[in-house]
Design a protein around this ligand. Structure first.
Ligand SMILES: Nc1ncnc2c1ncn2[C@@H]1O[C@H](COP(=O)(O)OP(=O)(O)OP(=O)(O)O)[C@@H](O)[C@H]1O
Ligand SMILES: C[C@H](N)[C@@H](CCCCCC(=O)O)NC(=O)O
Ligand SMILES: [Mg+2]
Length: 237
């Protein structure tokens, strides 16, 4: 088995959409160790809907959309990192963090510490919007200080060539491509009471534009814009 970790410079920057593209491209299995927030769909449901690939059950599935340590505390739970070793699967495992790197899992450890413990190669997702140079360089420094193996930065959003180049120069990091914004990924059929469904949603405009239950628009954009060869090499595929 090989595993690859998808993290980001912040929450809401597109890690889940990127993970769905990556999971489809690698015929992988997706895992969200800690889901903190269950407003509409979980990240696992989104990835399975967009990729047509399976998701493992979350290690912790928490209601409150907040930092994992606070969501857990709100339910009287303490996240135990010893229960969050990377699961064994056939083929490739794609594991997605929650928010950015220095997000606490409990009162003692950060997500970054767990990623360092896993030792799996890490992809850093970053916006192309103003402010990203600082966020991305800080995140790269944190990953390296923690001893993580950084595969590269995957950008998300409109093209900002000079900005992307600056990050890769100062950060001495590979540019893994840029996933543009894709229309129609939202699941208009999703509702809170679908919370237990894992997989494609039948009927409606689910963002899965093929009957097999995946978004061909995402799969095509990922194949066109993301450097899968470099990612495959990092996980010895
Ligand atoms: N490439 C894209 N094309 C279109 N929409 C996107 C793209 N990337 C992200 N989005 C949208 O932006 C929003 C946030 O994206 P996403 O859920 O992937 O963020 P995230 O980084 O995984 O956040 P979290 O920290 O909660 O896991 C979602 O509504 C998603 O559909
Ligand atoms: C609520 C978000 N959607 C996300 C957690 C983001 C934590 C950010 C904490 C912070 O940096 O302030 N949850 C999750 O990915 O499961
Ligand atoms: Mg996500």
């Amino acid at each position: 088995m090989s595993a690859i970790v998808v993290t980001g410079t912040d929450t809401e920057i597109g890690k889940t959409v990127f993970s769905a593209g990556l999971t489809a491209a690698l015929n992988a299995t997706y895992w969200k160790p800690v889901q903190s927030g269950q407003e509409e769909e979980t990240d696992s449901q989104i990835v399975t809907r967009l990729s047509g690939r399976p998701s493992l059950p979350e290690g912790y599935l928490l209601q409150l959309p907040a930092s994992p340590h606070l969501s857990a505390e709100a339910e009287g739970v303490t996240i135990d990192p010893d229960t969050l070793d990377l699961p064994q699967v056939d083929g490739v495992l794609v594991a997605e963090g929650a928010g950015g790197l220095m997000v606490p899992l409990n009162r003692e450890i950060l997500y970054l510490d767990l990623m360092a413990r896993w030792g799996a190669p890490v992809i850093l997702c970053a916006r192309t919007k103003l402010g990203t140079i600082n966020h991305t360089l800080l995140s790269l420094q944190a990953l390296r200080n923690a001893g993580c193996n950084v595969v590269g930065v995957a950008f998300i959003g409109e093209s900002e060539e000079a900005v992307e180049k600056t990050i890769c120069q100062f950060g001495k990091v590979a540019h893994l491509g840029r996933l543009p914004m894709i229309n129609g990924l939202h699941n208009e059929t999703a509702a809170p009471d679908l919370g237990e469904v894992q997989g494609a949603f039948p009927g409606g405009r689910s963002g899965a534009d093929q009957p097999g239950g995946r978004s061909e628009a995402l799969v095509e954009a990922f194949a066109k814009h993301i450097d899968l060869d470099t990612i495959k090499k990092a996980i010895q595929l």
